[in-house]
Design a protein around this ligand. Structure first.
Ligand code: PLP
Length: 385
C-alpha cells in the first residue's frame, strides 16, 4: 500500500484488507491446487474475520480448525461439498462429540488422546493421526513442530509400532505439518520420503493425507517441486492430498494503518510513539519479526524507534529509516500483516483493538469496530447479564 492520500477518512489504528490483493492471492492458490488436483483448505487459526472468510470460502475445499469454536464457524460458513478438518493437541472430552458432529476429519495428535476419546466420536467422522516425522527444518524451535520433545503429532516410530500391533482399519488418513514460512519444497519432498520409507504399504491403505501449512507458495521458484510431489503421491498411492496454507494466503492482502502520536528524543535516538501497540501484532515480540513499512527504506536519512502506546518498555517495533522526517499525525503503514495478527491481538492497557476495513477500489468499507463494551465484556462477571 503506497498511496496514503485516501486514508484520511480512516480512523486509526485499522487493519485494512485490500480486496484486489486478497482475490489475487485466492485465485493463485486455487489455480495451483486445481492444476495439481489437490484440495485447498484455509486454516482458521491464521485468521477468523467472518466477513472475509465468506470471500475465502468461495475458493477453498474446506477450512481447518483447532478448536470447537473454529469447527463451529467453519461448519456454518461452508457448504455441503466442503469439509471441516480438525487437528489439535487440546481435544476435550466435553467437546469431542460436538466437534466430531460438525467436523468431517479429525487427525488425532496422540494415540492416547484417540484411545481416550474414541467412544464419543460421531460415527461418520473420518479418523486420522497427526504424525511427527521427526525430521526438522532449520527453523526456530519456538515454531518448529518437529523440535526435540515436540508435543505435536505422534512420533513416527511410535506410530509404526501402533499400526503393527493393532488393527488400524479405522485410520483413513494422516496429517503432517512440519514447517513455518518456508519456500523449500525439497524439504517437503524429503519429509514425504521419510513417510514412504517408514510406513511402506500403510500409505496404500489410507485415503487422504494432509500436508499441513508452513509453506509460502506465491513467487516460489520451486513450485514445480511441489507439483511433482503431489503428482507422485496421487499417482502412486491414489489418495486425496490436502494442503492448508495460512500465511501464504492471507499475510499479503492486509495492512495496518497507524498514526504517529508523539515524537521525542531518548538518549540520542528519536522515538515515534504510534497509536498501535505490539499487542496488535503480537508475533513482532514473540518471534522478533521485522515489519514491512511503506515509506521506510534502508537508506532513509531519518531514523526512528517506532514505539507502541502501551506501558510495556519492550512494546517497540524496532528502528526504521524514512526519507522524510516524521510528524505527529503522520500515517505509518505496516504491510503484509494479515496472518496471526487479528486472531492474536489483545486489549492490554485498555487500548482498543484496530478497526477492520475492506478496501474495494478506492473506497473503504468498515467491517468491524470495537468499543468500550467489547473491552469491559471480557472482564465482566457472567452473573451481571
Ligand atoms: C496444523 C497446522 N496447519 C496449518 C497451519 C498454517 O501454517 P502457515 O500459516 O504457516 O501456512 C498451522 C500453523 O501453525 C498448523 O499448526
Amino acid at each position: 500500500m503506497n498511496n496514503r492520500d485516501n486514508l484520511t477518512e480512516i480512523e486509526t489504528p485499522a487493519f485494512i484488507c485490500d480486496t484486489d490483493l486478497l482475490i489475487k492471492s485466492l485465485d493463485f492458490h486455487k489455480k495451483l491446487t486445481d492444476e495439481c488436483n489437490c484440495k485447498l483448505l484455509f486454516p482458521l487459526k491464521t485468521f477468523t474475520v467472518v466477513e472475509i472468510l465468506k470471500y475465502i470460502q468461495r475458493y477453498v475445499d474446506g477450512f481447518s480448525a483447532s478448536s470447537l469454536f473454529e469447527t463451529k464457524i467453519a461448519r456454518e460458513l461452508l457448504n455441503k461439498n466442503q469439509s471441516v478438518h480438525i487437528t489439535t493437541p487440546g481435544l476435550r472430552k466435553g467437546e469431542i462429540k460436538e466437534i466430531s458432529e460438525y467436523g468431517d476429519f479429525i487427525a488425532f495428535n496422540s494415540i492416547s488422546q484417540y484411545e481416550y476419546l474414541k467412544n464419543q466420536l460421531n460415527k461418520d467422522v473420518k479418523i486420522g493421526f497427526r504424525i511427527n516425522p521427526q525430521f526438522s527444518s532449520n527453523i526456530d524451535n519456538r515454531y518448529n513442530p518437529c523440535c526435540k520433545n515436540s508435543k505435536l503429532g505422534v512420533p513416527i516410530k511410535d506410530f509404526i509400532k501402533y499400526i503393527n500391533q493393532n488393527n488400524c482399519n479405522f485410520v483413513s488418513g494422516i496429517h503432517i505439518h512440519t514447517n513455518c514460512d518456508s519456500t523449500d519444497f525439497q524439504f517437503l519432498a524429503d519429509t514425504f520420503n521419510i513417510l514412504e520409507n517408514n510406513l511402506f504399504e500403510f500409505l496404500y491403505k489410507i485415503k487422504w493425507i494432509n500436508l499441513g501449512g508452513g509453506y509460502l507458495f506465491e513467487n516460489n521458484k520451486q513450485l514445480s517441486l511441489f507439483q511433482n510431489l503431489i503428482h507422485k503421491i496421487k499417482n502412486k498411492y491414489n489418495i486425496e492430498v490436502y494442503i492448508e496454507p495460512g500465511a501464504s494466503i492471507i499475510r499479503k492482502p492486509f495492512f495496518l494503518v497507524t498514526t504517529v502520536l508523539d515524537i521525542f528524543n531518548s538518549d540520542g535516538k528519536t522515538i515515534a510513539i504510534l497509536d498501535t501497540t505490539v499487542n496488535h501484532l503480537p508475533e513482532v515480540l514473540e518471534f522478533n519479526y521485522k515489519l514491512n513499512i511503506s515509506d521506510s527504506t534502508a537508506n532513509g536519512q531519518y531514523e526512528y524507534i517506532l514505539g507502541g502506546s502501551s506501558c510495556l518498555a519492550g512494546d517497540v517495533f524496532g528502528s526504521y529509516k524514512f526519507i522524510k522526517p516524521l510528524q505527529v499525525g503522520d500515517k505509518i503503514i505496516f504491510d503484509k500483516v494479515g496472518a496471526y495478527s487479528i486472531v492474536k491481538a489483545n486489549m492490554f492497557n485498555g487500548l482498543n483493538l484496530p478497526a477492520i476495513y475492506q478496501k474495494c477500489g478506492n473506497s473503504f468499507k468498515l467491517i468491524k469496530k470495537y468499543t468500550y463494551n467489547d473491552f469491559i465484556d471480557k472482564y465482566s462477571s457472567c452473573y451481571n447479564n
